[in-house]
Design a protein around this ligand. Structure first.
Ligand code: ATP
Ligand code: SF4
Ligand code: MG
Length: 403
C-alpha cells in the first residue's frame, strides 16, 4: 500500500445560524460532521453525494481554507493544526485546489501569465524571479495550451481552456495533493473528457494525489481508485472503486447507483431501481441514530437511536467500510471487467482538446482570437464520440421497487 499523504481524522465543521438584529446564534449547520479517511500517494479518491452533503466544505477543510470546528488534517503525518507559520506555508504549497467554475475562479483583470505565476510571488523560493516567465510557459505547455498566450486574459479562452489554466495554477508549486471540487461539472460532456484525460496524464507524470469531488458517478468511477459516499455531513461508505460500484453495501449508495442513467435505450426501465422518497433532511437538524433512516427502506427501530459506525462490513467478496447496521451487498448493475473492452469513448484521447480539429490550433485546441472572444459554435461532435459505451448491464430483469 503506498504511503499516506493526507488524512482526515474526525473532521467537523459547524456553521452558526444567526438570527435577529443582534445576530444571535440559534443553531448550527452541521456541514461536515465527523469525517475520517486516508489519501495515498498518487491515488484518486472520489467523493460523491447529493447537493449540500458537505463535499465542498470537506475540500476547504482539507486545504485549511477554513478552520475545522473539530478534528485534524495530517499531511505526511504532520498535524496541520499545530503547524508554525513556516510549516503552514510548506503545507499550503503541497495541497492545492482547483475549483468548479472556470468562468468565475480566474481573475478577469489578470493575464494568464500573472494568474499562473501568482503562487510564485507568495512562495518566492520555488522559482527564481528571472525564471518565472519560462516556468509559466512550461506549465501552459504541460496543460496543453499555447505558451505564447501568456499575455492573454481569461475571457479570451474557452471554458475547457480556462479549466486548464486553473489546473496549471494548481500544479505550479509542485504540490503532492490536488483537491478538485467539481472540476468538470461546468463543462460540456466532450470537454469534460479532455480535462479528465489531462488530469490523469498529469497524475502519471507528476505523481499527484487527487481528492476528486463530483456529482457525476460515471466520471468519478472513471478517474477514481477509491470512492467515498457522503450523506448529510458523514461518510456512508468508502472503498475501492470496484467495491463501491459493484458491491455497494450501504442502502444510500445502492440508491445513488440505481439512479445512474442507462445509455442503452433497450435496457432502460429494466434495471433494479431504488427510488428514494422524502427530501434530504436539513443539516441543521440531522435525524437521530443513522441519519439516513428517514429515507431508508431497510430502517428498523434500532436505526433511529443507534448511529452505525463506519467499519469494515462483508460485501460478498471481502469487506469494505460501510456505516449501516444491516449492510449487505446488492447488485444494482453488474459491472464487467472493462480492461478488454473498448474504452469509454469519452475518455480515449489526451491529445485533442475542447474544440478539436477544425480550429487549426495546436495543443490547447479551441482558441479564440483576442478580437473574437465571443462564443463560437463548436464543431458538431458525433453522437458516437460523446456517448459513453457503458460497460454496465442489467442483471435483474425487474422493475420491482424494494419499498
Ligand atoms: N459558509 C457557510 N456558512 C453557512 N453554511 C454553509 C457555508 N458553507 C456551506 N454551508 C452549508 O453547509 C452544507 C454543505 O455545503 P457544501 O457546499 O459543502 O455542500 P456540497 O456537498 O458541496 O453541495 P453541492 O454539491 O451543491 O456543491 C450546506 O447546507 C450549506 O448550506
Ligand atoms: S443503519 Fe438502518 S437506516 Fe441506516 S442505512 Fe442501515 S438500514 Fe438504513
Ligand atoms: Mg460543492
Amino acid at each position: 500500500m503506498p504511503e499516506v499523504v493526507l488524512s482526515a481524522q474526525n473532521l467537523v465543521k459547524h456553521y452558526p445560524i444567526r438570527k435577529g438584529v443582534l445576530r444571535r446564534t440559534v443553531g448550527q449547520v452541521k456541514a461536515v460532521d465527523g469525517v475520517s479517511f486516508e489519501l495515498h500517494k498518487g491515488e484518486t479518491l472520489g467523493i460523491v453525494g447529493e447537493s449540500g452533503c458537505g463535499k465542498s466544505t470537506l475540500g476547504r477543510l482539507l486545504m485549511r481554507l477554513e478552520e475545522p470546528t473539530a478534528g485534524q488534517v495530517f499531511f505526511e503525518g504532520q498535524d496541520w493544526s499545530g503547524a508554525s507559520p513556516r510549516e503552514t506555508r510548506h503545507l499550503r504549497r503541497n495541497i492545492q485546489i482547483v475549483f468548479q467554475d472556470p468562468y468565475t475562479s480566474l481573475n478577469p483583470r489578470m493575464t494568464v501569465g500573472d494568474i499562473i505565476g501568482e503562487p510564485f510571488e507568495i512562495h518566492g523560493d520555488v522559482v527564481p524571479k528571472g525564471g518565472r516567465r519560462q516556468r509559466v510557459q512550461e506549465l501552459l505547455e504541460l496543460v496543453g495550451l499555447n505558451p505564447e498566450h501568456i499575455h492573454r486574459y481569461p475571457h479570451q479562452f474557452s471554458g475547457g481552456q480556462r479549466q486548464r489554466i486553473g489546473i496549471a495554477r494548481g500544479i505550479a508549486l509542485n504540490p503532492r495533493v490536488l483537491i478538485c471540487d467539481e472540476p468538470v461539472s461546468a463543462l460540456d460532456v466532450s470537454v469534460q473528457a479532455q480535462v479528465v484525460n489531462l488530469m490523469e496524464k498529469l497524475q502519471d507524470e507528476l505523481g499527484l494525489a487527487y481528492v476528486f469531488i463530483a456529482h457525476d458517478l460515471s466520471v468519478v468511477r472513471h478517474i477514481s481508485d477509491r470512492v467515498g459516499v457522503m450523506y448529510l455531513g458523514r461518510m456512508a461508505e468508502i472503498g475501492e472503486e470496484d467495491e463501491v460500484y459493484s458491491r455497494p453495501t450501504h442502502p444510500y449508495t445502492q440508491a445513488l447507483l440505481s439512479a445512474v442513467p442507462v445509455p442503452d435505450p433497450t435496457l432502460r426501465g429494466k434495471r433494479d431501481q431504488i427510488v428514494l422518497v422524502g427530501d434530504v433532511p436539513s443539516p441543521a437538524n440531522p435525524p437521530s441514530g443513522c441519519r439516513f433512516h428517514t429515507r431508508c427502506w431497510k430502517a428498523q427501530d434500532t436505526c433511529k437511536t443507534l448511529e452505525p459506525e463506519l467499519e469494515p462490513r462483508p460485501d460478498g467478496h471481502g469487506e469494505h467500510l460501510s456505516a449501516c447496521h444491516f449492510a449487505e451487498p446488492r447488485v444494482i448493475v453488474e459491472t464487467v471487467d472493462v480492461s478488454d473492452l473498448q474504452p469509454d469513448a469519452r475518455f480515449v484521447s489526451t491529445e485533442t482538446d475542447d474544440a478539436g480539429a477544425g480550429f487549426g490550433v495546436e495543443g490547447g485546441g479551441e482558441e479564440l482570437d483576442s478580437g473574437q472572444a465571443e462564443d463560437r459554435a463548436r464543431p458538431p461532435a458525433t453522437e458516437d464520440a460523446v456517448r459513453p459505451s457503458d460497460p454496465t448491464r442489467v442483471v435483474e430483469d425487474t422493475t420491482d421497487n424494494p419499498r
